[in-house]
Design a protein around this ligand. Structure first.
Ligand code: UDP
Length: 240
């Protein structure tokens, strides 16, 4: 049974990392297709004005908090979220679990070459992991049919889509049924990190809940998006 709590209308699962990984593993064997979303406060704010995104988040099978702000905000909700469950770490833990199984993974998204590089690095890191296809995330509408066919033909069980939010969530929602994948996860810029092109915040920043601050100082172009963070805090406090 899902134990859901709401942050500004977005339903979040209150799982720990371990429980979230177990949930993904159960999705792989239950015969269905499942969407996994990993919203941070920026996406929660985006969903306030984007009805389609909000509907997709509500229709997803696993929604985990990829941001300390969501964990903080949940203390004013029905159930307090126990811990942050970053999408990046979730995928890494799932790779560890499936590396000795027959489950197959496909990487879709990122600049040309990035998903391919990420796939090589991950197959080295998780020996036995089966990444059966990659495709960059820059495409025209007319390419979509071929992309979906390539994913379907690869027989991938898990499809990671890294097109940035909310593009990836909408893409997953519109194309899920044609891909044949059992678990579809929106992973944002994870391929950039897996490929080694982008460094993740040092552990100390994560521990202190300051990963957002690290991203801001290392990627100042994100400032406009990050201006949503104080708005998020104000809105949560206002609604409490
Ligand atoms: N991206 C893509 N196609 C696009 C736009 C973006 O594949 O049309 C990729 C981009 O190369 C990057 C990721 O999507 O790897 C977005 O990363 P970001 O860190 O902005 O993700 P978010 O914070 O939105 O989850």
């Amino acid at each position: 049974m899902r134990k859901i709590t709401h942050v500004l209308g977005v339903p979040f699962d209150t799982y720990t990392m371990k429980e979230a990984v177990d949930r993904v593993m159960s999705f792989l064997s239950d015969g269905g297709q499942h969407i996994v979303c990993t919203p941070n406060p920026e996406i929660v704010m985006e969903a306030q004005n984007d009805k389609e995104l909000m509907e997709i988040l509500k229709a997803s099978d696993l929604v985990i908090p990829d941001g300390i702000g969501v964990v903080w905000a949940s203390k004013y909700s029905e159930i307090k979220i126990k811990e942050r469950v970053p999408g990046f770490d979730l995928t890494q833990n799932v790779f560890e679990k499936i590396k000795d199984t027959d489950y197959k993974v496909y990487f879709f998204g990122g600049a040309p070459g990035v998903a391919n590089e990420a796939s090589k690095k991950m197959m080295k890191k998780y020996e036995g992991l089966k990444i059966v296809g990659t495709r960059n995330g820059y495409f025209k509408k007319e390419d979509e049919k071929d992309i979906v066919a390539d994913i379907k033909n690869s027989g991938a069980d898990i499809l990671l889509v890294g097109l940035g939010a909310p593009k990836q969530e909408k893409w997953i929602y519109d194309n899920m049924r044609f891909t044949g994948a059992k678990v579809l996860i929106g992973v944002g810029g994870s391929f950039d990190v897996m490929s080694g092109n982008l460094k993740r915040a040092p552990k100390i920043f994560c521990k202190l809940g300051l990963e957002w601050f690290y991203r801001l100082i290392t990627q100042p172009t994100r400032i406009k998006r990050m201006m949503r963070l104080p708005k998020f805090v104000i809105k949560v406090l206002k609604e409490k």
